[in-house]
Ligand binder design. Structure first.
Ligand code: ADP
Ligand code: MG
Length: 233
């Protein structure tokens, strides 16, 4: 569809840019971090500045990390047959520590007999983490984050990340996946860009739907092992 075409155009432009920029930034960044730590030893009473510098350095480091993912066009290393539910068993304990701070409860609902997917495990984990983070951030007053794993009508693996958060208005939905587009005070706007790219590289489809004030559903369809997905669906 037209929506997806625009999506991949955005991705290729970012990819070209990212390839050049990310590598140039990583090295000076590492040096900067080292000198900041050195400086700290002789900066009595200036603890606060040091912490601010480190926070900003970490932020740049994170952005560069996301950029590096974008700069590798559809590159999947080490495809392995994996159960999505097993990935979540690794991720949920980590996300729980963030969720608990805002009274978010994470529930996993995995149907039996869902086929494995052939995937780059670290990349799919990154997608799940990014989507779960968004869901948690959408529920500052708490709520339930439900993850449903099942087989869809076509036999593909369907993972739905369902939140009870603020929802996404139409004008924001239209811009999702656009690099650096964020509505958050200290967001990067790279999380979904990375998600779209990774899912596309796996031959899958990621879509978000939302009812303002009711919450959001992020749906990932991945081809069951040994299948390819019908992208038109
Ligand atoms: P970031 O989280 O850094 O803002 P993302 O690419 O992850 O960047 O998300 C982009 C924007 O999409 C967010 O700023 C937010 O407005 C919107 N968004 C994404 N997921 C959700 C969600 N589950 N609920 C509400 N809004 C969302
Ligand atoms: Mg995000």
């Amino acid at each position: 569809s037209e929506q997806r075409m625009i999506q991949s155009e955005k991705l290729s432009v970012v990819g070209q840019l990212a390839a050049g920029v990310a590598h140039e930034i990583r090295n000076p960044l590492t040096a900067l971090k080292g000198f900041t730590q050195l400086l700290h030893r002789s900066a009595e009473g200036k603890q606060r500045y040091y912490e601010m510098m480190l926070t900003e350095l970490e932020r740049i480091n994170y952005i560069v990390g996301e950029f590096m993912v974008l700069s590798r066009p559809g590159q999947l290393s080490q495809l392995v047959s994996y159960r999505i539910g097993r990935m979540l068993e690794d991720i949920v304990p980590i996300m729980d520590s963030q969720a608990i701070l805002t009274n978010v409860i994470i529930q996993i609902d995995e149907r039996p007999d869902v086929p494995n997917v052939l995937c780059d495990v670290n990349q799919i984990k990154q997608v799940l983490v990014n989507l779960m983070k968004n869901a948690i951030e959408a529920m500052p007053e708490g709520g339930t984050l439900r993850i449903q794993i099942r087989t869809d009508e076509a036999g593909d693996v369907l993972i739905e990340i369902v939140d009870q958060g603020v929802g996404i208005p139409q004008h924001v939905i239209d811009r999702l996946g656009e690099p650096f587009y964020t509505t958050k005070q200290s967001g990067t706007g790279l999380g979904l860009t990375v998600c779209f790219k990774i899912i596309q590289a796996h031959g899958g489809v990621l879509s978000l739907s939302s009812e303002a004030g009711e919450g959001t559903v992020a749906a990932i369809r991945l081809p069951a092992e040994g299948k390819t997905i019908d992208q038109k669906k």
